[in-house]
Design a protein around this ligand. Structure first.
Ligand code: BG6
Length: 485
């Protein structure tokens, strides 16, 4: 691995850096996975010294890392890598400081943990200051635009100075252990792969439910809503990992090309079917874990002028290809829901002919891929109930592939640890290509247009529930229900 890396964090004093980026880098270093010569520079507008910066990083690490994972020696080693530069990202001249810090023949990685509106200026200034060469990489956080046109603009601006092979677009869901395990599950197990299509699968459900609200981000969130914040990226990426064809190899290009095919095969949700296939919701006041919480419109920073922003979306989507024709993919995501759950549930079709007594209830096999909490995979199957009293009756049993037990590791790495490692290695397999971003925006734009054309307003749900009752009806009219673990 190339260890001659200069990692430059734009937005070094921001929330993402403090909550996710420093902890991830510290953990990699503690595990011996960060090459000895890797240097890290934090860039932000604040006028502070490197020593003060290092103290704030230490404080935020202590806040975000479990006490048991704090190691003084590891911190001392990590802190020696850190330095700080006061840079106003809109000021070209400030970038000369960075140029002086960089060392020739090393690989620079620019991580933009800043509002996307700054991406263009940062790229231009990096280039003008002579900080961009053939090997320099740039890492972009979401959102990349807020529709197809604006995403194209961002991609074009960045693309002027960086070649696509050096652009790393983050979707942190791809860094999650279970998401990568989907590839292993599907393509390392013949028996799974041969049961993975419309002859066997009845439906697929993807749920990303959060108990948190908008976490003080009204200004951002009210312009975006749950479709843009979660479906356009995380849920569609999960859908791709479930639905894509086997790639020819694990090369980034091969995997990404298969994902694009799925995004392009998504059947539009347009004005003809938007009312039957989509639900928008917004939370009102309610209770989360026994504590009262306010509704969306009472959140800190809220504005009366808000334009009916959705904090919940449920969709029924179809993939128009040979493998998945006719299989509904139900997607559901919301803020302030009853529990934090991220899972993919594959429900298989009924057996063609039942020879056993009525099992009284659900008789379908299910494969449950849980991303959080308790990462793992479960297969619900039927087996004989042990009993002399009954001739041959069945009970539902669960085969469990619990990651935590089997890995031998004492903790599961955070998504950002994996993503940093891959950027440092120069492997784009867990990053989103320009084609993927554009294909998913194209599909979401159509849905957004149909919502406004048909005036699809949000349905209210109380915080601490599973969303508006209309989301249950979306399933019930298909004689199905959401899987509740
Ligand atoms: C982010 C969204 O991308 O993902 C947030 O902007 C959301 O609104 C977060 O809360 C969820 O991530 P995770 O890893 O906690 O499921």
């Amino acid at each position: 691995m190339n260890n001659n890396i200069d990692l430059v964090l734009f937005g070094a004093k921001g929330d993402l850096s403090e909550r996710k980026l420093y902890p991830a880098l510290y953990q990699l270093d503690r595990a011996g996975l960060l090459g000895n010569s890797v240097r890290i520079a934090g860039l932000a507008r604040q006028d502070i010294s490197s020593a003060d910066f290092i103290t704030t990083v230490e404080e935020s690490l202590k806040k975000h890392i479990p006490e048991s994972e704090w190691d003084d020696a590891a911190w001392r080693k990590f802190s020696r890598r850190l330095s700080y530069m006061k840079v106003d990202f809109s000021q070209k001249k400030d970038f000369m400081l960075l140029k002086e810090w960089l060392v020739e023949k090393r690989t620079a990685i620019y991580y933009l943990a800043t509002p996307p509106s700054l991406y263009g200026a940062i790229c231009n200034h990096l280039n003008d200051a002579g900080c961009v060469d053939d090997v320099a990489r740039i890492v972009l956080e979401k959102p990349i635009g807020k529709d197809l046109d604006s995403s194209r603009e961002v991609n074009a601006t960045v693309g002027v100075h960086f070649d696509e092979r050096n652009i790393y677009r983050i979707d942190h869901y791809l860094g999650k252990e279970t998401v990568q395990n989907l590839l292993a599950l599907r393509f390392a197990n013949r028996m799974i792969n041969s049961q993975w299509d419309n002859t066997c699968v009845d439906n697929v459900q993807i749920t990303v439910a959060e108990t948190v609200g908008i976490e003080g981000r009204w200004g951002y969130y009210d312009n975006v809503g749950q479709l843009r914040d979660m479906i356009q990226n995380h849920l569609l990426q999960l859908l791709c990992m479930v639905a894509m064809e086997p790639p020819n190899s694990l090369q980034a290009d091969e995997i990404r090309a298969e994902k694009v095919k799925i995004l392009r095969a998504l059947k539009p949700i347009d004005s003809d079917n938007v009312l039957e296939q989509s639900v928008r919701g917004q939370y009102s006041a309610g209770w989360i874990s026994g504590e009262p919480v306010v509704g969306y419109m009472e959140e800190e920073g809220s504005q009366e002028s808000s334009n009916d922003t959705e904090t919940f979306v449920a969709l029924k989507a179809y993939i128009d290809n040979w493998r998945w024709a006719g299989v509904p993919f139900y997607l559901r995501t919301g803020k302030r829901m009853q529990d934090k759950v991220t899972q993919v549930v594959i429900t298989y079709k009924e057996i063609p002919h039942a020879i056993f007594p009525d099992k009284g209830g659900d008789s379908k096999n299910r494969l449950i891929i849980r991303l959080q909490p308790n990462e793992g995979i479960e297969l619900e199957m039927f087996s004989k109930k042990q009993s002399l009293k009954e001739r041959l009756s069945l009970e539902k049993r669960t085969l469990n592939l619990d990651f935590f037990d089997s890995s031998g590791e004492s903790r599961i790495a955070d998504a950002y640890e994996r993503l940093f490692l891959e950027v440092i290695k120069g492997d784009q397999w867990l990053f989103v290509s320009r084609d993927e971003i554009e294909a998913s925006w194209r599909w979401c734009d159509q849905l957004l247009d149909s919502w406004s054309e048909k005036n699809v307003v949000t349905k209210t749900y109380s915080a601490g529930t599973w969303g508006p009752s209309k989301a249950d009806m979306l399933m019930e009219k298909d004689q199905r229900s959401w899987y509740e673990s």
